[in-house]
Design a protein around this ligand. Structure first.
Ligand code: ZN
Length: 108
């Protein structure tokens, strides 16, 4: 085991990531290293565009990822609820049913 000795140069530290060796800390580089970007999605420009209303863009994003809290998904998470559609009460309430195949959506 080495012991510190007098007369040696001062200790120094350096920040580096897998891809770069930066002299100082960069939170953006740390983020990129810890959570690398995935490939751009083909639908990204449809959801996120300049002038989009943030609330609508968020809902479109969640819908595109099929993450809407539909009754089917809530029941899958363990909630004890009826899974019938809130509009027609006939079919299972899923994203595709609510937005594409329900009679209400078809009429709109
Ligand atoms: Zn329905």
């Amino acid at each position: 085991m080495d012991t510190p000795t007098k007369g040696m140069a001062n200790d120094a530290y350096y920040w580096s990531t897998e891809s770069t060796s930066a002299g100082s800390f960069s939170s953006s580089k740390a983020w990129e290293t810890l959570k690398p970007r995935s490939d751009s999605k083909a639908w990204a420009s449809t959801v996120w565009f300049k002038g989009a209303v943030p609330k609508h863009a968020f809902n479109m994003w969640i819908t595109t990822l099929d993450r809407l809290p539909t009754k089917k998904r809530l029941a899958d998470w363990g909630m004890n609820i009826q899974t019938h559609c809130c509009l027609c009460s006939i079919e299972l309430e899923t994203r595709d049913h609510l937005l594409l195949s329900s009679q209400f959506a078809v009429e709109i």
